[in-house]
Unconditional design. Structure first.
Ligand SMILES: Nc1nc2c(c(=O)[nH]1)N[C@H]1C(S)=C(S)[C@@H](COP(=O)(O)OP(=O)(O)OC[C@H]3O[C@@H](n4cnc5c(=O)[nH]c(N)nc54)[C@H](O)[C@@H]3O)O[C@H]1N2
Ligand SMILES: Nc1nc2c(c(=O)[nH]1)N[C@H]1C(S)=C(S)[C@@H](COP(=O)(O)OP(=O)(O)OC[C@H]3O[C@@H](n4cnc5c(=O)[nH]c(N)nc54)[C@H](O)[C@@H]3O)O[C@H]1N2
Ligand SMILES: [Mo]
Length: 772
């Protein structure tokens, strides 16, 4: 392709760049322009739909346009006028489609009728819904329950998710991995151990009261752009915002609010971070230990001078926490030289951050995949908690921990029972409610599923959305073994790679998207989602469905359940499909404290918050206190540095939602026309004897005898710490060994994958425009 362009981007996040990028999507082929624009006005409004992109909080008083560039792209993508219909599938074999790029697959448009894979013709062919359900029911009855996996991507509503989890348990397993297993599971494991809750503690209003924000490993301008509004307000109030990220991500640098005409006209932008530190990938543990160490030193100095206030919140530590002494000893014993080396930052810089944090009255600590997707991602999360606990920054206005979640209802799915961990689900209550004995053994998570497919112990996979094969690690082996599955069922809106690796019986079931009108027997339905700040919102779709053959996700889950056990009366599946309010009543019965008066409170502007113990300084840990934790290490990668070994961080472009590639314009990073790049420090390029623009391969540096390589990547000089390189997800997933995952949480360690650079030319090259 000749239109590859690689050049630095100097604009802010937001601003005209986002307006132009959006205009392209509003006018693109895939877009029903008027309908798209009409729907955008309903996005994230009280009587509208909850955006299908990220899970950032939806304010009680929304902006006139409460959406961002990427939320708008997601809306347009779902309201696509293109159709991947029976004709399309008649024209292309599955083998051919499997060579297409992610972009080209989804760009065909919406899936519009149920399909079955026909091995003889190597094609997807239409099938009726009743036949599809019957096929699935027959297979499920024949399979051993332990061998079947029920995956969920984090978009499905609370109603669907509750039904789906119940189906898996009635069927007989807790094999309920979800996208969270590749994402914030380090949060779900780390936070309960430290502060007794699996979710963040801040509410949107806390941003109005904080005077300091520390952010680690999150890309706000791309992945949660609406969050730039509270950040901009905080910055304008004079709050200190300090960012740690190996890459200079534009959203944390500066922002022009597209909703402010004057700023748009003058090009004025607000600086977001007043200090930005390019930490080494995996170096945050060192940074946070350094901040803690500096806080101890500042506190020592304050103690020596009676006129000064203590830096540590000693009352809070005494009354609310456990394990402080061991933590203090461990931190004081660490040598600054080790901290500087591992962080790749200077002591003076880290002390400067500590001084700001020490003076702040209320601080928010934000983080994302840059902390969770590491071998020691759980330690990262718990170290964030340590910093908050030292200064009592939990459970008071303007302060708290803010993990920025991914999919628009990924947090909510966990809340209503999608979990492979039976101890996190009120099984006794489910048993009483539905008269069955729930399986008690631990189910498979994402890593367990990948391993199980490869070793043959998993026989069937049902996917409620998502693109598991593409999103998971160990791509090549996974795909090779996937074909041996007895049954694969994919519930989806658009065609993706996972649909093209078929089990012996393979079904592709098209569903309504959240923006579409969902009419059932009792009338128009709404669904609910939980945002990053634990607020629950109703979502009403009003757009005309892409096809009259689409079923809603609740109807598909119920259809599978009833086909598996036609005479079962334990669950009123049909009544639930007829009226989703009845599912909400059932959710409330299972979780009475979390979902009190669920149906009545749906319409609360800004959503209604679930009760979160840590917010009230109630610590639901075994000790009844918040726990300090000693990680015992300064580096989160889990591997040693070695000559020629790089830490590969896999990143998202500004033109994608996970494996959904909207286009080839990563505006903020100045990379256009291709995704086949590897971003490298210029000294590393020189030292490796490479030249900018050259195409190379990356090979995984794992000593398990498995060969993993990705080729055809163009070397791009980039501002990234030495020894770290960045490249796109999902193209680089073949490089991630399944065993390279976070301890305890099993999140694939996608932000520090050990790789080497190779000149071999036989490595598989990702589909999509080449960088020549
Ligand atoms: N438009 C859009 N929105 C999205 C998504 C999308 O793909 N597109 N995905 C959604 C989902 S499911 C999720 S989980 C979230 C993901 O949102 P994020 O949490 O922002 O995830 P990433 O973009 O993978 O990477 C986060 C950042 O971590 C940095 N980083 C990498 N390694 C390290 C490290 O060791 N330390 C530090 N401090 N930083 C590091 C990277 O440079 C990057 O800026 O966004 C959600 N929202
Ligand atoms: N190397 C590397 N790997 C990663 C990551 C990384 O940063 N680096 N990030 C990880 C993270 S954070 C996540 S969350 C996972 C994402 O993993 P997944 O959630 O499995 O993947 P998505 O790309 O979000 O799924 C996209 C597909 O969802 C379907 N879809 C869209 N809307 C709907 C809907 O309303 N209903 C249904 N049923 N289907 C729908 C469409 O068919 C679309 O093709 O990837 C993980 N993998
Ligand atoms: Mo995610």
């Amino acid at each position: 392709m000749s239109d590859t362009r690689i050049h630095p981007y100097s604009g802010p996040a937001g601003g005209w760049g986002s307006a132009r990028s959006l205009a392209r999507h509003v006018t693109g082929r895939e877009t029903p322009t008027l309908e798209g624009v009409r729907q955008l006005q309903r996005q994230n409004k009280v009587d509208g739909f909850a955006c299908v992109s990220c899970s950032w909080a939806k304010p009680a008083e929304p902006h006139a346009a409460e959406f961002c560039e990427n939320g708008a792209k997601a809306t347009m993508w779902e309201l696509d006028t293109g159709r991947a219909d029976a004709d399309f599938f008649a024209r292309h074999t599955v083998t051919e489609l499997a060579t297409w790029a992610d972009y080209d697959l989804e760009a065909q448009g919406r899936l519009v009728e149920p399909l079955r894979f026909d091995a003889a013709s190597d094609r997807y062919v239409p099938v009726s819904w009743s036949e599809a359900f019957e096929l699935i029911g027959r297979e499920l009855r024949a399979l051993e329950p332990e061998r079947v996996v029920f995956y969920a991507s984090g978009r499905a509503s609370l109603e669907t998710s509750y039904m789906y989890a119940l189906l898996a348990r009635l069927y007989g397993n807790n094999n309920l991995p979800d996208s969270s297993n590749m994402c914030h599971e380090s949060t779900s494991v780390g936070l309960p151990r430290s502060i007794g809750v699996p979710v963040g503690t801040v509410l949107l209003e806390d941003f109005e009261h904080c005077d300091c924000i520390l952010s680690f490993g999150q890309n706000v301008g791309v992945n949660s752009p609406r969050m730039l509004h509270p950040l901009q307000d905080a910055a304008r109030r004079g709050a200190d915002i300090i960012t740690f990220n190996p890459l200079y991500e534009r959203g944390w640098e500066r922002f022009t609010n597209p909703q402010e005409p004057l700023a748009m006209a003058t090009g004025a932008s607000t600086r977001i971070s007043n200090a930005y530190f390019p930490v080494r990938a995996g170096g945050d543990l060192a940074v946070m230990h350094g901040i803690a160490k500096a806080l101890f030193a500042l506190d020592d100095a304050a103690q020596a001078d009676p006129s000064r206030e203590r830096v540590l919140d000693v009352d809070f530590i005494a009354n609310h926490t456990n394990g402080f002494d061991a933590f203090e000893q461990a931190v004081r014993a660490i040598d600054w030289r080790d901290i500087e080396r591992e962080a790749g930052l200077s002591r003076a810089d880290i002390e400067g951050v500590a001084a700001v944090y020490a003076q702040a009255k209320a601080s928010i600590l934000i983080y994302g995949m840059g902390l969770t997707q590491h071998r020691y991602g759980v330690d990262n999360v718990r170290m964030i908690c340590n910093l908050a606990l030292m200064r009592g920054n939990i459970g008071r206005p303007g302060a708290g921990i803010c993990p920025v979640r991914g999919h628009s209802n990924v947090q909510g799915q966990r809340t209503v029972g999608i979990s492979e961990k039976p101890e996190l689900v009120p099984l006794d209550r489910l048993e009483a409610q539905y008269g069955f004995s729930a399986p008690r053994n631990k189910g498979l998570d994402t890593v367990g599923t990948v391993e199980g497919v490869i070793d043959g112990s998993v026989h069937a996979f049902i996917g409620l959305g998502g693109n598991f094969v593409r999103a998971a690690p160990e791509t090549e082996q996974l795909e090779a073994h996937w074909k041996h599955l007895a049954l694969t069922v994919q519930v989806a809106t658009k065609l993706n790679r996972s649909h093209l690796v078929c089990g012996r019986t393979a079904l592709l079931l098209p569903c309504l998207g959240r923006i579409e009108r969902d009419v059932q027997r009792s009338g128009e339905q709404c669904v609910t989602v939980e945002d990053s700040t634990t607020c629950i919102h109703a979502s009403f779709g009003t757009s005309e469905p892409a096809s009259d053959q689409l079923l809603s996700e609740p109807a598909i889950v119920a259809g599978i359940a009833r086909a598996w056990k036609p005479d079962d009366t334990r669950v009123p599946w049909q009544a639930w499909v007829d009226d989703y309010a009845l599912v909400r009543d059932a959710i409330e019965a299972t979780y009475p404290d979390q979902f009190r008066d669920f149906n009545a409170r749906l319409h609360t502007p800004g959503g209604f918050p679930r009760p979160i113990g840590a917010r009230e300084r109630r610590w639901e840990t075994p000790s009844g206190k918040a726990e300090f934790h000693v990680p015992g290490r300064l580096c989160a990668t889990g591997f040693e540095d070695a000559e020629g070994r790089f830490r590969l961080l896999t990143v998202r472009s500004n033109d994608q939602f996970n494996t959904t590639v909207y286009g080839y314009r990563d505006r903020f990073r100045g990379i256009e026309g291709t995704r086949r790049v590897v971003l490298m420090h210029e000294d590393d390029i020189a030292e490796a004897g490479l030249t900018a623009g050259e195409q190379i391969a990356l090979v995984a540096d794992a000593e398990d005898g498995v060969e993993r390589a990705v080729g055809g990547l163009r070397v791009v000089p980039y501002r990234v710490p030495r020894g770290c390189i960045a490249a796109y997800y999902p193209e680089c997933n073949p490089l991630v060994p399944v065993a390279h995952h976070a301890v305890d949480s099993h999140v694939p360690a996608a932000k520090s994958v050990p790789v080497r650079i190779s000149r071999r030319t036989d490595a598989p090259v990702p589909a999509g425009p080449s960088p020549d």
